[in-house]
Design a protein around this ligand. Structure first.
Ligand code: GDP
Ligand code: MG
Length: 142
């Protein structure tokens, strides 16, 4: 059981001015912020991040959406981080997400669903290093 996960407050979250509310939900759920930045993804960076979805019909739209404005990647720490964070954000499609989850509360569509969460410990480690250097993590750790 790992203790870190990667969240991204996606461009729709930033655009709708929901950064504060969403971070409050995250920290109130017991997650500690280990590293955070605001950045605008390039096509190459977004494409690489979502490489696993390359063959999916929504891939081109997904890359377009993720590069449409700034986003906020956040490395989070908590016991059982990956699973607990997926529970906190809810299902990919906000219509299917449970009451009280971040996506249910704030998301507009299956694409513009406010927040990303890693789906395994292995991917969490990869995704955190996609955005944060070892030095950035060490400097912010503890
Ligand atoms: P997640 O792990 O819950 O974020 O979902 P996935 O890994 O399956 O998909 C990655 C992201 O692609 C989602 O968060 C959505 O932003 C987008 N996405 C997923 N499924 C669809 C879809 O059927 N249509 C569109 N337009 N976007 C999708
Ligand atoms: Mg996923």
């Amino acid at each position: 059981m790992g203790n870190r996960t990667l969240a991204i407050l996606k461009p729709d979250c930033v655009e709708k001015n929901l950064i504060g509310q969403v971070i409050t939900k995250i920290t109130e759920a017991g997650f500690k912020i280990v590293a955070m930045k605001m950045t605008r993804l390039t096509e190459a960076s977004a494409g690489g991040f979502y490489e696993v979805h390359k063959e999916r019909p929504f891939y081109t739209d997904l890359v377009k959406y993720m590069t449409s404005g700034p986003c906020v990647p956040i490395a989070l720490e908590k016991e059982n981080a990956v699973e607990d964070f997926r529970k906190l954000i809810g299902a990919t499609n906000p219509k299917e997400a449970e009451e009280g989850t971040i996506r249910r509360m704030y998301a507009d569509s299956i694409e513009a669903n406010v927040v990303h969460g890693s789906d395994s410990d292995e991917n969490a480690a990869k995704e955190i290093s996609h955005f944060f250097s070892r030095k950035e993590l060490l400097e912010n750790y503890g």
